[in-house]
Design a protein around this ligand. Structure first.
Ligand SMILES: [Fe+2]
Ligand SMILES: [Fe+2]
Length: 224
């Protein structure tokens, strides 16, 4: 289930090259000197700098959209441990938004969200699961864990790539900040795997009243 191989490598690269320089907390204030050093020109950025900024805008939109998505998923599930996990990650996601704003400030760009079709699609999938499963069922909880993990994997891929790009462009402070979020995304993914495998998947397997079956029988086809 875990897919963090490449992102772990990215994190190793970031901590080796980026963290070693300052050793400061990623949530601390950005100094003017740091911002000057890692600023991206708004008039003549390199292609890679432009792509980096573009990806920041993508994940900025995605994180904001996810705030609502996690709230909806938390309200839809019935297992307390899963509700707590979604709430904890919603609070982390608020910090992820703030960290992205830090990175925008660091590179001297205005925080800007660019619509992310991938996150919109993943959240639509989660909403479909909510409408297709029975309230209070373990099946719904098991399915929403997978939906949430798809979101985490998207974030892991994005942050893993951004950390690596920041390291490549010698933007050490930006790499540190993004790496902190990357680690939280990976931890969340692992925690969701643990919750699913410890009991929710097993309970779901033995559950009656499987709403997808009912819908499939009624519609005469399976639309998964
Ligand atoms: Fe996030
Ligand atoms: Fe996340």
């Amino acid at each position: 289930m875990k897919s963090g191989t490449s992102s772990k490598n990215n994190r190793a690269a970031a901590s080796g090259k980026a963290s070693g320089s300052s050793g400061t907390s990623s949530d601390s204030q950005i100094t003017g000197q740091q911002a000057d050093k890692e600023a991206i020109s708004s008039t003549s950025p390199s292609y890679l700098q432009k792509f980096f900024t573009d990806q920041l805008k993508d994940i900025y939109y995605a994180e904001k959209a996810l705030l609502n998505g996690l709230e909806e998923m938390k309200s839809a599930v019935s297992t307390e441990e899963l509700q707590d996990a979604f709430e904890t990650h919603r609070q982390q996601t608020e910090r992820h938004v703030k960290r992205l704003e830090q990175v925008f400030r660091l590179i001297k760009q205005e925080p800007e969200a660019k619509p992310c079709a991938a996150m919109d699609g993943l959240l639509k999938e989660a909403r479909n699961i909510i409408s297709e499963t029975e309230e209070g069922s373990f099946t719904r909880d098991a399915a929403l864990i997978i939906a949430a993990q798809k979101v985490e994997h998207y974030e892991i891929a994005t942050y893993g790539g951004l950390v690596q790009l920041a390291v490549t462009m010698d933007m050490r402070r930006a790499a540190d900040i993004l790496d902190k979020t990357l680690q939280e995304e990976e931890d969340t993914d692992q925690q969701l795997t643990h919750i699913a495998e410890s009991y929710i998947n097993i309970e779901a397997e033995h559950e009656g009243g499987y709403s997808w079956d009912k819908q499939a029988i009624g519609a005469g086809s399976v639309t998964l």
